[in-house]
Ligand binder design. Structure first.
Ligand code: MSP
Length: 519
């Protein structure tokens, strides 16, 4: 869409040390829903995801698997690319940090920092956690009875002593604080913002940004004994994907940077809200506009972990409950930003309650009544009553509400608002009892069914970002073409035309039936 407003959003890039689980699927899902929403709202969207393939953690995993790191990353990265079709993500690009475009970009960014005097050579002696790929100060660690040093994240640390380049992070403390002050929406949710500010106020030390004791990374330009710290390498992916180091007028970078949103899990907030804006400011480039930190999923009340054997693969959920059901559950069940628990019970309640009973039944009831009683075509409405206008008004008002909630990444509230109208519509069906009007007042029945079909049209257009396939099936049943599904069609302007023939209705949200043992 030429000239339309741009929106650039990113997921973290996933470490290729492991197969994807629902935590990974969740971060990308949230971005996918926003990307789809913004496209339907007329924005020129770029939605980026990818894999983080360098560093000690990945090198170790490759060694454990007995494979060369490149072959290993090719294999594991594919699992994340497969997740894209499994979960129906609509990303516009998939970046791998082992790609040439990224190696060149990371090296160009390094030189840019070096030219500005932001990087100097020294030596590092301190603690490092391979699991977190992070440096820790002695004061942050606890010691186990056996003398092991443990980071606040629970990860074990090892002592590292090696020559290292440093980034002058300490020099950016005040400018970071000023930046947070001037940009109150930069870090969300608000509680996380306060944590970051407190951390920066407590004092920043210069950051080690190169390693020499292993090889799997991007060589430091001019001193290939060193490889770049994996977090510097990884963060740069966000600018690589918009064509950096090409930054001139008319470039993709000029069009899309700064990013509108980096979506991240709460564990990697510091890298995105302290290191990354400091690197960018030091490189005389704009920091991203916003970083949102979401919470973590536990499984039936327990932390997800390999040792507990309770790691859930996204595939299992999709195969058991359905794709759109899974997408809906993950964003509806837990207020976005909070930690949440996955349980089979909660999932079944959502699938059978909100989807099969509330939304699915509404659509099925209304469309079958139209099919049977209105000649399988959009009915001709008569004058609208107050009740009709109230329901249509609620449907018309939804876009603004949903837009506002999604601007704040409040997916659960956006869905609550949509389901409030689903509830209104179901109450309206019961009150108006169109089946009874069939004999007494067929013209009024036609009006009621028209109002309901029009409400369903609004609901289905607005549920597209979260449930693309199911919504599309509903819109098909309303005989709406591909160009009649954007948000521009919401409201009276795109209203259903009486007489339009409708295809035979079919169920969209099956009930989940518990398998009974012994059957
Ligand atoms: N490679 C880094 C990110 C670099 S971005 C420049 C990384 N990768 S990761 O694979 O470990 O994690 C990726 C994302 O998955 C993070 O946002 C993390 O919060 C998320 N999750 C991992 N486990 C999770 C849960 N149990 N629940 C929700 N999200 C979780 O960090």
């Amino acid at each position: 869409m030429a000239g339309s407003q741009t929106y650039y959003l990113t997921t973290p890039i996933y470490y290729v040390n492991d197969v994807p689980h629902i935590g990974h699927a969740y971060t990308t899902l949230a971005c996918d829903v926003l990307a789809r929403f913004m496209r339907l709202d007329g924005y020129d969207v770029k939605f980026l995801t990818g894999t983080d393939e360098h560093g000690q953690k990945v090198e170790k995993s490759a060694m454990n698997a007995g494979v060369e790191p490149q072959a290993f990353t090719d294999r594991v990265s594919k699992n994340f690319r497969d997740l894209v079709s499994l979960m129906n993500y609509s990303n516009d690009d998939f970046i791998r940090t082992t790609e040439k475009r990224h190696v060149e970009s990371a090296q160009a960014f390094w030189r840019r920092l070096e030219e500005r005097g932001e990087i100097y050579l020294g030596s590092y002696a301190g603690w490092y956690s391979v699991r977190d790929e992070a440096f820790y100060g002695e004061d942050e660690l606890t010691t186990t009875p056996s003398g092991k040093k443990i980071a606040p994240t629970g990860a074990e640390c090892e002592w590292v002593e090696e020559p290292s380049y440093f980034f002058r992070l300490s020099a950016w403390q005040d400018r970071l604080l000023e930046f947070y002050e001037k940009n109150p929406d930069f870090i969300a949710p608000a509680g996380k913002r306060n944590e970051v500010i407190a951390f920066v106020k407590s004092g920043l030390k210069d950051l080690s940004v190169s390693r020499t004791t292993f090889k799997w990374g991007i060589p430091v330009p001019g001193n290939p004994e060193h490889i770049m710290y994996v977090w510097l390498d990884a963060l740069v992916n966000y600018i690589t994907a918009v064509g950096y180091p090409e930054m001139g007028e008319g470039s993709e970078f000029a069009k899309r940077w700064p990013a509108d949103l980096h979506m991240v899990g709460k564990d990697i907030l510091r890298f995105h809200t302290v290191y990354w804006p400091a690197f960018l400011m030091a490189a005389e480039m704009a920091p991203p506009r916003r970083v949102f930190a979401h919470g973590w999923w536990t499984i039936e009340g327990q932390k997800m972990s390999k040792s507990l054997g309770n790691v859930i693969a996204p595939e299992t959920l999709v195969n058991t409950y359905g794709l759109d059901q899974t997408r809906y559950f993950l964003l509806r069940e837990v207020p976005f930003g909070n930690d949440g628990d996955f349980s089979h019970r909660a999932m079944v309640n959502r699938v059978n309650g909100n989807l099969a009973n509330d939304y699915g039944n509404l659509v099925q009831r209304v469309l079958s009544m139209i099919g049977k009683n209105c000649g399988a075509a959009v009915p001709q409405p008569g004058p609208f009553t107050e009740a009709d206008q109230a329901l249509l008004g609620a449907a018309h008002a939804l876009l603004d509400t949903v837009r506002g909630e999604l601007k704040a990444q409040a997916f659960h509230k956006a869905l609550d608002a949509i389901w409030a109208v689903v509830g209104d519509a179901n109450r309206y069906v019961d009150e108006q009892a169109p089946w009874a009007l069939k004999k007494t007042d067929p013209a009024r029945m036609a009006t009621v069914l028209y109002v309901l079909a029009e409400t369903i049209r609004h609901l289905a257009i607005l549920t597209q970002p979260v449930m693309p396939d199911a919504s599309s099936k509903i819109l098909d049943q309303l005989a709406l073409g591909p160009d009649e599904r954007g948000f521009g069609r919401l409201g009276e302007g795109g209203a259903l035309k009486a007489g339009t023939p409708l295809p035979a209705p079919q169920g969209v949200f099956p009930r989940y039936v518990e398998e009974t043992k012994g059957e």
